[in-house]
Design a protein around this ligand. Structure first.
Ligand code: GLN
Length: 319
């Protein structure tokens, strides 16, 4: 086993869980009513090791929408389908140093990276116009949803239509990003902006649980092979690229501090979810709706710093 004394390890995880549970800071996202209604007390932690050992505590079976955590997943999919060279003609690899929905492009007039809204919208347009041209909108939706399911070893991945509809109504900034990028010729030819935006909102409105998302994280930790189904879902090269950008850009405008303090690839979403990857060891999903000023889960961030204080998981521990 990759964690020899799993029972003791779980005891420590449980201690951190209870410690974070008492934290009261942060605010639940309120830009759409479906997110605003989430109880700020929800708190779940799920662990899945690369050899399939599982541990969970708290609200680990309550569905929540993946939101920005879809970004590394759709980025992995487009890398698998089009390859790194093609994808990075349209999107960069540099942290933007700004908020996730900032109206800004890099010096080449491309979105900075695929982990912010602008870059993820471009990834969606690549999936629609360059990969699987023969698919219609319904097939493409199913294709992405099935990819998410396979990453989760067929555990729960659903779709929240109310969130999708609300996102689309409350999307002035995302449309502004879309138009700004169209003006700057960021999209591949033949992209239909309205269809691209819908597809982006659909990816954000995919729904999962803490348990299922810990398996997705473990699939990344395991080089693309799902530890529960043993299926090779993402190519090893794509996983490397996904984890690299999660490491430098996954936590919004807190990414640099997170890389310094925690030293692990992670991705957060506005619903309070967080996917944390300990390469070759395990995937962890943390979920708690209250967010800090950057848009990251308050309890999620606290958990990560306590985790690396207790264990040598930081990339530059053990030197
Ligand atoms: N649906 C959100 C948006 O596009 C996702 C962003 C996030 O999770 N930070 O604004």
């Amino acid at each position: 086993f990759v964690i020899p004394d799993f029972t003791n390890f779980c005891r420590d995880i449980e201690a951190i869980y209870w410690h974070c549970k008492s934290s009261a800071g942060g605010k639940v996202a309120s830009y759409i009513p479906q997110l605003a209604r989430y109880d700020p007390n929800f708190w779940g932690v799920s662990v899945c090791t690369v050899d399939g050992q599982r541990y969970c505590i708290g609200d680990v079976t309550v569905p929540f929408t993946v939101q920005s955590i879809s970004k590394p997943l759709t980025y992995g999919l487009v890398l698998d389908e089009l390859g790194e060279d093609m994808v990075h003609q349209y999107v960069g690899q540099e942290p933007s140093g700004r908020m996730f929905n900032e109206l800004v492009l890099d010096h080449n007039k491309k979105p900075h990276n695929p982990m912010i809204n602008a870059g993820a919208i471009i990834v969606c347009s690549l999936l629609q116009t360059l990969a699987h041209k023969e698919m219609n909108l319904a097939e493409r939706f199913d294709h992405v949803k099935q990819y998410f399911s396979r990453l989760a070893g067929d555990e729960y991945v659903g779709f929240n239509n109310a969130v999708f509809l609300s996102e689309r109504e409350a999307a002035d900034r995302n449309y502004a990003l879309g138009f700004y990028m169209r003006e700057n010729k960021c999209f591949p030819t033949k992209s239909n902006l309205r269809e691209v935006m819908d597809f982006y909102f659909q990816c954000c409105a995919m729904e999962t649980t803490c348990d299922a998302m810990s398996v997705m994280a473990a699939t990344l930790a395991n080089g693309g092979i799902c530890p529960t189904s043993e299926e090779k879902v993402m190519s090893t090269d794509s996983v490397r690229d996904v984890l690299s950008l999660m490491h430098s850009c996954g936590m919004y405008d807190y990414s640099g501090q997170f890389a310094f303090n925690v030293g692990l690839p992670a991705k957060s979403g506005v619903s309070g979810g967080m996917m944390l990857v300990v390469p070759n060891v395990m995937g962890i999903c943390l979920w708690s709706p209250p967010l800090d000023m950057y848009g990251n889960s308050v309890r999620g961030i606290q958990f990560c710093s306590e985790l690396v204080n207790m264990f040598n998981f930081h990339r530059y521990d053990n030197l």
